[in-house]
Design a protein around this ligand. Structure first.
Ligand SMILES: Cc1cc2nc3c(=O)[nH]c(=O)nc-3n(C[C@H](O)[C@H](O)[C@H](O)COP(=O)(O)O)c2cc1C
Ligand code: SF4
Length: 968
């Protein structure tokens, strides 16, 4: 028994263990979840320090570590206890023993203090000490003392772990640990929570953390039939590993029935081979099967020339074509630690400097801590920081509006100093130091924070409301949220979360949370109401006192530096020009190769994949004046493995025509390079052309706050009047707009007296946000490309962008997984309007593939309800859907062509007509309804369904995912 290092003392002799991510709070005389760390009178003790219960000498391959000192032997020790409760534990007699027995009375334990471990290890001629058999994290203090002594003797230390350490444990252990094999048991929270009792995300984060610290990482997945062996799950695991480093070996091993899980049998070899294949497709270089005899998939191959480098059969290992860590045939360095002299092959290098370790483990702390009020003449009580979290820029607009209102209000302009900061640029560690914060945030995903608020969210998540109850004492705050109430229980989840968590951590609410609901179209109205109360509360609670403000009142928040000598100078000599072009081509190619090498990245809107347009087809060929395009986009080298029902995010750019127009209005040179500080979601350095092209939303709907801003930049009174009128009454603007879908560029054109500098303009222009499209293709037919179906709208940014795109033009995209899936074994009702048919096309194509390839012959009853304006012009994919019906993939279809007769007929009418049929499908306990189309339609469908089933039943369908929708 020895006192632990990794814990904190709490009140009433309680302690908090900080060793694993469970972070147990342990009352006096009790143990944590692992059963081996015991609170004795307010101090935490490791009961099994120096008391392993399993000691053996094993081949390193048994851990398994295949690319770490192959053929060496590992002195292996394990104790009782574990922090997980896996129902399928294959070592449960060790791991769970301490939970059912009194820890002091456990028998079969050795007396093996660290010194003795080293002596025995040397005596047995072992190169390595492996902390294994049970979860070593829980006995880290013991392992650490052994590891320190071992390192002095040149002995290596390895963990075989479930990867559930805290950052504190990793920081302590990292300098001494040489390798770790981490179990990534599955890729869903459901699996982790139901079958192991813990969460998935710490494991994912820790795989990356250990890797980034230069500790050699191998990953193992035990494949359990029916639990984690689906293609989707295995692909997700492989993609995740590949996104960190394609050279991380992945062991896929066979399960056999153990402990509480019975009746699954042994994992068939085919499942392991499927995982092996999916791992290869994800780009992993080294995948190994385990717990089965299959020599071919236990070999280490050269990832470049495929030469067999190391053969394995059971624990027999033969290294033949590897020399100094390189393939003997082609000389490619093979990642791994092969011998003491090959350490230099490691990427990244092992980090040993405590400061560097700290920076890797706490990246948020590495973010600069900025005093945003430096130089302010106001006292701290009168400094107000406005922070905003935004995904598509709407909250940013409101935050800017708030700032403008404050700095112009007679009540606040002389008494307070305001600063506004994008959460992307804010270091959450600063929070306890702030005095007054106004936070505005939207909610995204399924009740998630917007991307730029994630760091703040995670920071607050890591704080405990008991232990850190006074963390934010002295801070006053108020919160305004943007959301959409059609998201039901997830409505305003983030603004509510921040509001509550701030309070629980000791901050004082200045004024109650406000919320704007996009669905009720009341954002502006609610915001104004909230602002009026907020400003009163601010003045009352913080006190108004005129202060001398030495800062200019109209602080331009965004600064632009015009970079000198960066304007492209026309080369006089034509040859020179050609040479330049060649050079550029070379650079482009280098860049291309670079992006190919990094093909395993997980793409997102900040880091899109550069695809190209392969095909573009008009689907509304009958005329009718409208246009709907089917675009085929290249996915080669992207490593994107999409499924039917998923989305593709497209990052459109403005047309040359509009960019040129804007440059003229703002009187700027498009080739001028600029630097923007703070970047506020712009790229920091770029040409004005790139800035206009990729970042400025000038054709989309104009948020009405912009009219107020613009009114300040025109001296023409009639222009001013009209803009303010629109600001106060958006309907007036809509009248003027008259369905023209005018964007900012058109307003600037039509109001010639608006005088804007580039700085002013960039201050308020909304940023271009990604447009999401449901995938309309099926990966089985062509995994190297993806198709989307897009209805073109007049003056729409993406519509114009698609319209102008030519074959082979580059296009930036990323893939987004969804839960919108058609189950091929359950009866279904598919409801779509317009391009909402797109995901169903993909899903039915998949069925066709399964049928044509005799993978699945018969499909359950499937009914399609589809609506569009007219049969003649708008019924896209009519022929294809005919084919699906003929093949029995659709049982029956019901169409609503709203404008083909005098009285409008919509899908909900058809649904009502087929009430009995709909009831019959949903009577089956697995029956499902999928809806895709615009929000208005989905609300009407829900209304109709609640008439058919009753509200309560519909709710249970929604809750149990038997009703699913994709709306926009
Ligand atoms: C993909 C997506 C998911 C969303 N999820 C939610 C949600 O779970 N809860 C909610 O209240 N609003 C949700 N919304 C609505 C947004 O919060 C709302 O559109 C807000 O105005 C966006 O502000 P932003 O542009 O600053 O991010 C979602 C919007 C989108 C596009
Ligand atoms: S190691 Fe984990 S399970 Fe054990 S006491 Fe600490 S936090 Fe709890």
């Amino acid at each position: 028994m020895s006192e632990c290092i990794l814990y904190k003392k709490l009140d009433n002799k309680k302690v908090r263990c900080t060793c694993c991510a469970l972070k147990c709070i342990i009352p006096n005389q009790e143990t944590g979840e692992c059963g081996v760390r015991k609170n004795r009178n307010g101090k935490l003790y490791l009961e099994i320090y120096g008391r392993p219960t399993a000691v053996a000498v094993d081949p390193i391959e048994k851990k398994p570590l295949y690319q770490f000192y192959p053929k060496s032997t590992a002195f292996s020790i394990g104790t009782f206890g574990c922090n997980f409760k896996c129902s399928f534990c294959q070592n449960w007699d060790l791991s769970q023993a301490s939970k059912s027995n009194d820890i002091e009375n456990l028998t079969n334990v050795y007396d093996l203090p660290p010194k003795k471990v080293i002596q025995m290890c040397k005596k047995k001629n072992c190169k390595v000490i492996a902390y294994t058999y049970n979860e070593p994290t829980i006995f880290t203090e013991y392992a650490l003392d052994c590891a320190k002594l071992a390192q002095k003797e040149g002995i290596k230390n390895v963990y075989v772990s479930n990867g559930y350490q805290t950052v504190e444990t990793i920081e302590l252990l990292a300098p001494y640990l040489d390798a770790i094999n981490i179990d990534l048991k599955a890729f869903t929270n459901r699996f982790y929570q139901e079958l192991t009792g813990v969460r998935l995300s710490p494991v994912l984060k820790n795989i990356k953390r250990w890797h980034d610290l230069g500790v050699w990482v191998e990953v193992t997945t035990l494949i359990i039939p029916g639990e984690n062996d689906s293609e989707e799950e295995l692909t997700n695991i492989a993609n995740y590993i590949a996104s960190i480093n394609v050279d991380i070996p992945w062991h896929v091993s066979a399960y056999y029935d153990a402990y509480k899980m019975k009746g699954k049998g042994r994992t068939p070899l085919q499942s392991l081979l499927k995982a092996y294949k999916l791992g290869k497709e994800a780009g992993l270089h080294h995948i190994y099967t385990g717990n089965v005899q299959n020599d071919k998939t236990e070999i280490t191959y050269c990832p470049k020339c495929n030469t067999r480098l190391i053969d394995r059969s059971g624990y027999f290992t033969k290294v033949h074509s590897l020399k100094n860590g390189k393939c003997k045939k082609c000389g490619t360095p093979i990642k791994g630690i092969w011998s003491d002299s090959c350490q230099n092959l490691l990427v990244p290098k092992k980090v040993t400097d405590p400061k560097e370790i700290h920076a890797i483990l706490y990246p948020e702390k590495a973010k600069q801590s900025i005093n945003y009020f430096e130089g302010s003449t106001f006292d701290r009580d009168h400094q107000i920081l406005i922070l905003y979290g935004t995904q598509t820029g709407k909250t940013e607009q409101i935050a800017n509006q708030l700032y403008q209102l404050f700095i112009h209000s007679e009540r606040t302009k002389k008494s307070f100093d305001f600063r506004i900061v994008d959460l992307d640029e804010y270091n959450p560690e600063n929070l306890p130091l702030e005095k007054n914060i106004i936070l505005l945030t939207s909610t995204h995903g399924e009740g998630d924070p917007p991307d730029n608020a994630l760091a703040l969210f995670e920071y607050l998540e890591s704080k405990n409301v008991f232990q850190d109850a006074s963390l934010l004492e002295g801070l006053t705050y108020s919160i305004f949220g943007l959301g959409n109430s059609s998201y039901g229980g997830q409505y305003q989840k983030m603004s509510k979360y921040f509001d509550t968590k701030f309070e629980l951590l000791g901050a004082e609410r200045l004024y109650q949370r406000g919320e704007g609901d996009e669905f009720k179209n009341n954002i502006q109205e609610s915001f104004k109401k909230w602002f009026n109360n907020l400003i009163s509360s601010l003045c009352e609670n913080l006190g108004v006192k005129e202060q001398i403000n030495k800062m200019p009142m109209e602080r331009s928040l965004l600064k632009i530096k015009y970079l000198e000598n960066e304007i492209e100078i026309e080369s006089e000599n034509e040859n020179e020009k050609e040479k330049e072009k060649e050079k550029e081509k070379g650079n482009e190619m280098e860049l291309e190769n670079f992006s190919t090498n990094k093909s395993n990245k997980i793409y997102d809107s900040k880091n899109p994949f550069q695809s190209k347009l392969l095909e573009k087809n008009e689907l509304m060929t009958n005329g009718g004046g409208r246009s709907c395009l089917q675009l085929k986009l290249d996915l080669k080298n992207s490593n994107i493995k999409y499924n039917c029902g998923d989305h593709i995010g497209i990052l459109p750019s403005n047309s040359v025509h509009n960019i040129t127009k804007l440059a003229k209005i703002l009187n700027v040179n498009l080739d001028q390079k600029i630097q923007i500080t703070p970047p506020r979601r712009f790229k920091k350095t770029m040409t004005i052309r790139e800035c206009f092209e990729k970042y400025c939303e000038i054709t989309g709907p104009v948020p009405n706050i912009i009219f107020q801003t613009l009114s300040k930049y025109t001296k023409d009174q009639s222009e001013q009047k009209r803009l303010l009128e629109w600001y106060h009454n958006i309907n007036k603007y809509n009248e003027w707009n008259n369905e023209n879908r005018y964007g900012l560029i058109h307003i600037l054109e039509k109001f010639p007296n608006i005088q804007l500098t580039l700085e002013n303009f960039l201050q308020f222009v909304p940023r271009i946000a990604a447009r999401y499209y449901s995938i309309s293709s099926c990966p089985q037919y062509d995994s190297q490309s993806v198709q989307v179906t897009a209805q073109l709208l007049e003056n729409g940014l993406c519509s114009n962008y698609f319209n102008d795109l030519k074959i082979n033009d580059p296009i930036n995209l990323f893939w987004k997984k969804t839960n919108f899936k058609l189950n091929n074994n359950h009866p279904s009702i598919l409801i779509a309007t317009g391009t909402g048919i797109a995901p169903f096309r993909g899903m039915l194509r998949e069925r066709l593939y399964l049928k044509e390839n005799q993978i699945q012959e018969n499909f359950p009853e499937t009914f399609l309800f589809f609506g569009c304006r007219t049969h003649q012009y708008d019924f896209i994919y009519e022929d294809e859907f005919d084919k699906y019906s003929k093949h029995g993939l659709i049982t029956n279809s019901f169409f609503a062509f709203s404008r083909d007769q005098q009285n409008k007929i919509y899908v909900q009418h058809k649904l009502k007509e087929q009430k009995e049929l709909v009831q019959r499908v949903m009577k089956n306990k697995n029956g499902q309804i999928l809806v895709c189309g615009i929000l208005k339609m989905s609300l009407q469908i829900k209304e109709t369904l609640s008439q058919i089933f009753g509200k309560k039943l519909l709710k249970t369908f929604i809750k149990s995912n038997r009703y699913n929708e994709e709306i926009w």
